[in-house]
Design a protein around this ligand. Structure first.
Ligand SMILES: Nc1ncnc2c1ncn2[C@@H]1O[C@H](COP(=O)(O)OP(=O)(O)OP(=O)(O)O)[C@@H](O)[C@H]1O
Ligand SMILES: Nc1ccn([C@@H]2O[C@H](COP(=O)(O)O)[C@@H](O)[C@H]2O)c(=O)n1
Length: 210
Protein backbone atom coordinates (compact mmCIF):
# COMPACT_ATOMS: atom_id res chain seq x y z
CA UNK A 1 0.00 0.00 0.00
CA UNK A 2 1.30 3.48 -0.90
CA UNK A 3 0.15 6.37 1.29
CA UNK A 4 0.75 9.97 0.13
CA UNK A 5 0.70 12.69 2.80
CA UNK A 6 1.04 16.28 1.59
CA UNK A 7 0.57 19.69 3.16
CA UNK A 8 2.23 23.00 4.01
CA UNK A 9 5.11 23.55 6.44
CA UNK A 10 4.54 22.39 10.03
CA UNK A 11 0.99 21.22 9.35
CA UNK A 12 1.76 17.92 11.13
CA UNK A 13 2.14 15.76 8.02
CA UNK A 14 5.44 14.24 9.19
CA UNK A 15 3.98 13.33 12.58
CA UNK A 16 1.01 11.71 10.87
CA UNK A 17 3.10 9.97 8.20
CA UNK A 18 5.42 8.44 10.83
CA UNK A 19 2.42 7.20 12.83
CA UNK A 20 0.84 5.69 9.70
CA UNK A 21 4.12 3.94 8.89
CA UNK A 22 4.15 2.41 12.38
CA UNK A 23 0.47 1.46 12.18
CA UNK A 24 0.77 -0.28 8.81
CA UNK A 25 4.37 -1.48 9.39
CA UNK A 26 5.67 0.05 6.18
CA UNK A 27 8.68 2.34 5.62
CA UNK A 28 8.40 6.13 5.70
CA UNK A 29 10.25 8.85 3.77
CA UNK A 30 10.15 12.52 4.77
CA UNK A 31 10.83 13.96 1.30
CA UNK A 32 11.36 17.48 2.71
CA UNK A 33 14.67 16.18 4.07
CA UNK A 34 15.92 15.60 0.50
CA UNK A 35 15.39 19.27 -0.38
CA UNK A 36 16.83 20.28 2.98
CA UNK A 37 19.95 18.21 2.21
CA UNK A 38 20.37 20.02 -1.12
CA UNK A 39 19.95 23.33 0.73
CA UNK A 40 22.58 22.37 3.33
CA UNK A 41 25.00 21.39 0.53
CA UNK A 42 24.39 24.70 -1.27
CA UNK A 43 25.26 26.53 1.94
CA UNK A 44 28.32 24.35 2.68
CA UNK A 45 29.61 24.77 -0.89
CA UNK A 46 28.93 28.53 -0.81
CA UNK A 47 26.70 28.30 -3.89
CA UNK A 48 23.76 30.51 -4.89
CA UNK A 49 20.41 28.78 -4.14
CA UNK A 50 18.64 30.96 -6.71
CA UNK A 51 20.89 29.70 -9.54
CA UNK A 52 19.56 26.40 -10.87
CA UNK A 53 22.97 25.03 -11.94
CA UNK A 54 24.38 25.74 -8.46
CA UNK A 55 21.48 23.95 -6.79
CA UNK A 56 21.80 20.98 -9.14
CA UNK A 57 25.50 20.71 -8.26
CA UNK A 58 24.39 20.25 -4.63
CA UNK A 59 22.03 17.33 -5.32
CA UNK A 60 24.60 14.61 -4.73
CA UNK A 61 24.32 13.25 -1.17
CA UNK A 62 23.79 9.91 0.51
CA UNK A 63 21.06 8.82 2.91
CA UNK A 64 23.28 9.23 5.99
CA UNK A 65 23.08 12.99 5.53
CA UNK A 66 19.30 12.92 6.09
CA UNK A 67 19.86 12.18 9.80
CA UNK A 68 21.84 15.41 10.36
CA UNK A 69 19.86 17.56 12.87
CA UNK A 70 21.08 20.73 11.15
CA UNK A 71 18.65 19.94 8.31
CA UNK A 72 15.75 20.62 10.71
CA UNK A 73 16.53 24.26 11.45
CA UNK A 74 14.42 27.14 10.19
CA UNK A 75 17.08 28.66 7.91
CA UNK A 76 17.60 25.34 6.11
CA UNK A 77 13.83 25.05 5.56
CA UNK A 78 13.77 28.48 3.94
CA UNK A 79 16.73 27.64 1.71
CA UNK A 80 15.10 24.30 0.83
CA UNK A 81 12.04 26.10 -0.48
CA UNK A 82 14.27 28.18 -2.79
CA UNK A 83 16.23 25.25 -4.25
CA UNK A 84 13.09 23.10 -4.55
CA UNK A 85 11.55 25.52 -7.06
CA UNK A 86 14.16 24.58 -9.71
CA UNK A 87 12.78 21.96 -12.14
CA UNK A 88 16.20 20.31 -12.55
CA UNK A 89 16.57 19.89 -8.79
CA UNK A 90 13.16 18.22 -8.64
CA UNK A 91 14.08 16.02 -11.63
CA UNK A 92 17.30 14.92 -9.97
CA UNK A 93 15.43 13.80 -6.80
CA UNK A 94 12.45 12.25 -8.62
CA UNK A 95 13.60 8.66 -9.19
CA UNK A 96 14.88 8.31 -5.63
CA UNK A 97 11.40 9.15 -4.32
CA UNK A 98 9.55 7.02 -6.87
CA UNK A 99 11.78 4.02 -6.07
CA UNK A 100 10.95 4.45 -2.39
CA UNK A 101 7.22 4.81 -3.06
CA UNK A 102 6.96 1.80 -5.37
CA UNK A 103 9.12 -0.61 -3.33
CA UNK A 104 7.57 -4.03 -2.68
CA UNK A 105 5.25 -3.90 0.35
CA UNK A 106 4.46 -0.23 0.01
CA UNK A 107 5.49 2.95 1.79
CA UNK A 108 4.34 6.24 3.30
CA UNK A 109 5.84 9.46 1.94
CA UNK A 110 5.19 12.99 3.09
CA UNK A 111 5.94 16.21 1.23
CA UNK A 112 4.34 18.67 -1.16
CA UNK A 113 3.87 16.70 -4.39
CA UNK A 114 3.54 13.07 -3.31
CA UNK A 115 -0.10 12.66 -4.35
CA UNK A 116 0.28 14.74 -7.51
CA UNK A 117 3.72 13.81 -8.94
CA UNK A 118 5.61 11.11 -7.01
CA UNK A 119 2.79 8.60 -6.49
CA UNK A 120 -0.29 9.87 -8.35
CA UNK A 121 -1.86 6.41 -8.08
CA UNK A 122 -1.28 6.07 -4.32
CA UNK A 123 -3.83 3.88 -2.50
CA UNK A 124 -4.62 6.68 -0.06
CA UNK A 125 -3.90 10.41 -0.19
CA UNK A 126 -4.13 12.89 2.67
CA UNK A 127 -3.75 16.66 2.52
CA UNK A 128 -2.92 17.94 6.00
CA UNK A 129 -3.79 21.52 6.91
CA UNK A 130 -3.66 23.84 9.95
CA UNK A 131 -3.85 27.62 10.22
CA UNK A 132 -0.56 29.51 9.79
CA UNK A 133 -0.78 30.80 13.40
CA UNK A 134 -1.17 27.31 14.81
CA UNK A 135 1.55 25.88 12.61
CA UNK A 136 3.91 28.68 13.68
CA UNK A 137 3.06 28.13 17.36
CA UNK A 138 3.85 24.42 17.10
CA UNK A 139 7.03 24.93 15.08
CA UNK A 140 8.21 27.70 17.42
CA UNK A 141 7.74 25.42 20.44
CA UNK A 142 9.62 22.64 18.66
CA UNK A 143 12.55 24.92 17.72
CA UNK A 144 12.72 26.34 21.26
CA UNK A 145 12.77 22.83 22.70
CA UNK A 146 15.76 22.16 20.46
CA UNK A 147 17.63 25.17 21.83
CA UNK A 148 16.77 27.81 19.21
CA UNK A 149 16.15 31.42 20.30
CA UNK A 150 14.21 32.34 17.15
CA UNK A 151 11.15 34.57 17.75
CA UNK A 152 7.56 33.51 17.14
CA UNK A 153 7.11 36.36 14.63
CA UNK A 154 10.12 35.19 12.62
CA UNK A 155 8.74 31.63 12.49
CA UNK A 156 5.31 32.88 11.38
CA UNK A 157 6.84 35.12 8.69
CA UNK A 158 9.01 32.25 7.44
CA UNK A 159 6.05 29.85 7.32
CA UNK A 160 4.01 32.37 5.33
CA UNK A 161 6.80 33.05 2.85
CA UNK A 162 7.45 29.31 2.44
CA UNK A 163 3.72 28.70 1.83
CA UNK A 164 3.70 31.37 -0.88
CA UNK A 165 6.86 30.10 -2.58
CA UNK A 166 5.84 26.43 -2.42
CA UNK A 167 2.31 27.10 -3.75
CA UNK A 168 3.35 29.67 -6.35
CA UNK A 169 6.18 27.87 -8.14
CA UNK A 170 5.64 26.43 -11.61
CA UNK A 171 7.30 23.05 -10.96
CA UNK A 172 5.21 20.65 -8.85
CA UNK A 173 3.61 23.33 -6.67
CA UNK A 174 2.03 22.58 -3.31
CA UNK A 175 -1.54 21.80 -4.28
CA UNK A 176 -4.10 19.34 -2.97
CA UNK A 177 -4.57 16.37 -5.31
CA UNK A 178 -8.18 16.20 -6.49
CA UNK A 179 -8.55 12.76 -4.92
CA UNK A 180 -6.87 13.61 -1.59
CA UNK A 181 -8.84 13.70 1.66
CA UNK A 182 -8.43 16.86 3.76
CA UNK A 183 -7.26 16.53 7.34
CA UNK A 184 -7.29 19.83 9.28
CA UNK A 185 -5.25 19.35 12.46
CA UNK A 186 -5.74 22.92 13.78
CA UNK A 187 -7.93 21.84 16.69
CA UNK A 188 -6.93 18.18 16.95
CA UNK A 189 -4.38 16.68 19.32
CA UNK A 190 -1.64 14.54 17.78
CA UNK A 191 -3.45 11.39 18.92
CA UNK A 192 -6.77 12.56 17.43
CA UNK A 193 -5.04 13.57 14.16
CA UNK A 194 -3.46 10.14 13.85
CA UNK A 195 -6.75 8.34 14.53
CA UNK A 196 -8.48 10.51 11.92
CA UNK A 197 -5.66 9.83 9.44
CA UNK A 198 -6.01 6.07 9.91
CA UNK A 199 -9.77 6.33 9.38
CA UNK A 200 -9.24 8.34 6.18
CA UNK A 201 -6.66 5.88 4.86
CA UNK A 202 -9.12 3.05 5.46
CA UNK A 203 -11.78 5.02 3.56
CA UNK A 204 -9.32 5.79 0.75
CA UNK A 205 -8.37 2.12 0.40
CA UNK A 206 -12.00 1.24 -0.12
CA UNK A 207 -12.43 4.00 -2.71
CA UNK A 208 -14.55 6.49 -0.75
CA UNK A 209 -13.06 9.96 -0.25
CA UNK A 210 -13.80 12.79 2.22
N1 LIG B 1 -2.12 17.84 16.09
C1 LIG B 1 -1.04 18.40 16.67
N2 LIG B 1 -1.16 19.06 17.83
C2 LIG B 1 -0.09 19.63 18.42
N3 LIG B 1 1.17 19.61 17.91
C3 LIG B 1 1.34 18.96 16.76
C4 LIG B 1 0.26 18.32 16.07
N4 LIG B 1 0.75 17.75 14.95
C5 LIG B 1 2.07 18.03 14.92
N5 LIG B 1 2.44 18.74 16.01
C6 LIG B 1 3.76 19.27 16.31
O1 LIG B 1 3.97 20.34 15.39
C7 LIG B 1 5.31 20.35 14.92
C8 LIG B 1 5.30 20.22 13.40
O2 LIG B 1 4.82 18.93 13.07
P1 LIG B 1 5.48 18.09 11.88
O3 LIG B 1 6.96 18.13 11.97
O4 LIG B 1 4.80 16.77 11.87
O5 LIG B 1 5.01 18.98 10.65
P2 LIG B 1 5.41 18.85 9.13
O6 LIG B 1 4.24 19.25 8.35
O7 LIG B 1 5.98 17.49 8.84
O8 LIG B 1 6.57 19.94 9.05
P3 LIG B 1 7.64 20.20 7.86
O9 LIG B 1 6.88 20.77 6.72
O10 LIG B 1 8.58 21.20 8.41
O11 LIG B 1 8.29 18.89 7.53
C9 LIG B 1 6.03 19.22 15.65
O12 LIG B 1 6.66 19.75 16.80
C10 LIG B 1 4.88 18.28 16.07
O13 LIG B 1 5.17 17.54 17.24
N1 LIG C 1 7.91 16.85 -1.70
C1 LIG C 1 8.49 18.01 -1.31
C2 LIG C 1 8.96 18.18 -0.02
C3 LIG C 1 9.56 19.37 0.32
N2 LIG C 1 9.68 20.34 -0.59
C4 LIG C 1 10.38 21.60 -0.30
O1 LIG C 1 11.27 21.46 0.78
C5 LIG C 1 11.00 22.43 1.79
C6 LIG C 1 11.26 21.79 3.13
O2 LIG C 1 10.30 20.76 3.32
P1 LIG C 1 9.71 20.35 4.76
O3 LIG C 1 8.63 19.34 4.46
O4 LIG C 1 10.83 19.76 5.53
O5 LIG C 1 9.16 21.57 5.38
C7 LIG C 1 9.55 22.86 1.54
O6 LIG C 1 9.27 24.18 1.98
C8 LIG C 1 9.43 22.73 0.03
O7 LIG C 1 9.89 23.88 -0.62
C9 LIG C 1 9.17 20.17 -1.85
O8 LIG C 1 9.24 21.08 -2.70
N3 LIG C 1 8.58 19.00 -2.19
Amino acid sequence: MIIAVDGPAASGKGTIARALARHYAIPHLDTGLLYRAVAANVRAMDLDPAVEADAVAACDFDDAMLADPVLRDDATGQLASIVSAHPLVRASLLQRQKRFAYQPGGAVLDGRDIGTVIAPDADAKLFVRATPQIRARRRHAELQANGSTISFDRVLTDIRSRDLRDSGRAAAPLVQAVDAATLDTSFLSIEASVQRAIALVELGRTGAKD
